[in-house]
Design a protein around this ligand. Structure first.
Ligand code: ARG
Length: 462
């Protein structure tokens, strides 16, 4: 149904209709559009802006449309201008004249802003659940790997040994911050634009609070102009999505590297890998690569929406119809990547022996040897020098620090003793990192408690 036309003498050109139609994307909003129209119609009836009888007819009609939709009994006209017009057309088709009153004291401008917020809030809850699922799996694997050694890297060079638990928990906290960002953004999503009408509000005696309560909004927007033209909440969601996708991409990169034959720290299950059409030996980490690749879509959506909003004069402009493409792209990509990441994680097997052998003679115990001298009174700078020379010597002898005998150690510096030697095995190096947040099994166990608490206290909308 065309929602305008009275002042036009000629019909819109077919190309323009096609070009400007948004039904292909905003049909996703059908359900929330019906919900918001029901709340609006009930409020109009309560305020006696339309008759109770008409309000009831509208609500019943909309409920019928909702159930037709759920049962797949109604297909939208793909040439319709947008979902709002399409639902109104169906309503009038069903209930006649009363249906023409649903748009009283409302504009598509406040309607679309309201629908998008309702839709996004639902999706945010869904994505929070996906994040939680992934975090639970990270926790489960961390719990059983507090003593599993893996090289800890800086500059992608062996730095100090850490536990697999410590590495997994690093991601746990990144996803926890992603969760916090989402939860915080809900405070701003949950502000209802409905009642702002086209841009300036309405002269009808509407009751916005009633509508907001029915729709579970936390508050009503303060300024009608801002309400119809604000898309910050879309950009904010996409920023959170972009950051989280960046986190996923780092994890994926590591999975790709770890599963390469040169590393072989992990093996990915057959369920989450693919083969090659030409090379029979191949087992490729495509899921990790695809998640890494899809970051581009979400960054694109963020940049697209920022650019779309840049310099737009107040208030509503049709440019803003484009927000849905970006938003839906962000929602779909982020949530599917989170769920696939979870699946992939459950199919990882950790190759403990490979990780241990990667640590052999890697000098990631050098800091501990220097710390040993410091504990015996030497300045750290001097200790660094002594151990550096010893590393040089070991490199020439083709052995690791842990392979040195007590006499070789003593030859390097008289302060070295049997205690120094006992600090060199990588297990001992791990156990020594007892500071809060450190990698020792003991410190990781208290970190696990914090992580469990954080996960338990995650909750619904802020
Ligand atoms: N399809 C439009 C959008 O998504 C709905 C609002 C249209 N308003 C208007 N005055 N043309 O932004």
């Amino acid at each position: 149904m065309k929602l305008w036309g009275g002042r036009f003498e000629k019909d819109t050109a077919e190309e323009v209709k096609k070009f400007s139609s948004s039904i292909a994307s905003d049909s996703r909003l059908a359900q929330v559009d019906i919900q918001s129209s029901i709340a609006h119609a009930e409020m109009l009836g309560k305020q006696k802006i339309i008759s109770q009888d008409d309000a009831q007819k509208i609500v019943q009609g909309l409920r019928q449309i909702e159930s037709e939709l759920a049962k797949g009994l109604w297909n939208f006209d793909p040439s319709a201008e947008d979902i709002h017009g399409e639902i109104e057309r169906r309503l009038v088709e069903k209930i006649g004249e009363a249906g023409k009153r649903v748009h009283t004291a409302r504009s598509r401008n406040d309607q679309i802003a309201t629908d998008t917020r309702l839709y996004l809030n639902e999706k945010v809850e869904f994505i929070k659940a996906e994040l939680k699922n992934l975090q639970s799996e990270l926790l489960a694997q961390a719990r059983i790997n507090t003593e599993t050694l893996i090289p800890g890297m800086t500059h992608f060079q062996h730095a100090q040994p850490i536990s697999v638990a410590q590495h997994l928990l690093a991601y746990f906290w990144m996803f926890e911050r992603d969760h916090e960002r989402l939860r915080d953004s809900q405070k701003r999503i949950s502000s209802m634009p409905l009642g702002s009408a086209a841009l300036a509000g309405t002269g009808f005696q509407i009751d916005r609070l009633t509508t907001a309560t029915k729709l579970n909004f936390k508050k009503v927007s303060e300024n009608s102009l801002d309400a119809v033209s604000d898309r910050d909440f879309v950009i904010e969601f996409l920023s959170a999505a972009a950051i989280s996708m960046m986190h996923l991409s780092r994890f994926c990169e590591e999975i790709i590297i770890w599963s390469s034959p040169e590393f072989s720290f992990i093996e990915l299950g057959d369920e989450v890998t693919t083969g090659s059409s030409i090379m029979p030996q191949k087992k490729n980490p495509d899921v990790a690569e695809l998640i890494r690749g899809r970051v581009g879509r979400v960054y694109g959506a963020l940049m697209g929406s920022l650019t779309m909003m840049k310099s737009l004069p107040l208030s509503y402009n049709r440019d803003m119809q484009e927000d849905k493409f970006h938003l839906f792209e962000g929602i779909d990509t982020w949530s599917s990547c989170l769920s696939l990441m979870h699946l992939m994680l459950t199919k990882i097997s950790w190759k403990k022996d490979k990780m241990l052998s990667a640590l052999k003679a890697d000098f990631s115990n050098a800091t501990d040897l220097a710390d040993d001298l410091v504990q015996k009174g030497m300045s750290f700078r001097q200790a660094h020098e002594v151990v550096g020379l010893l590393v040089q010597k070991c490199l020439n002898l083709n052995k690791g620090l842990e392979d040195l005998s007590l006499s070789e150690l003593k030859a390097a510096h008289p302060l070295f003793d049997a205690l120094s030697l006992s600090k060199l095995p990588h297990e001992a190096v791990l156990k020594a990192r007892t500071s809060e947040g450190g990698t020792s099994p003991e410190a990781v166990k208290s970190q696990l408690l914090k992580a469990e608490k954080a996960l338990e206290s995650q909750s619904g909308p802020a």
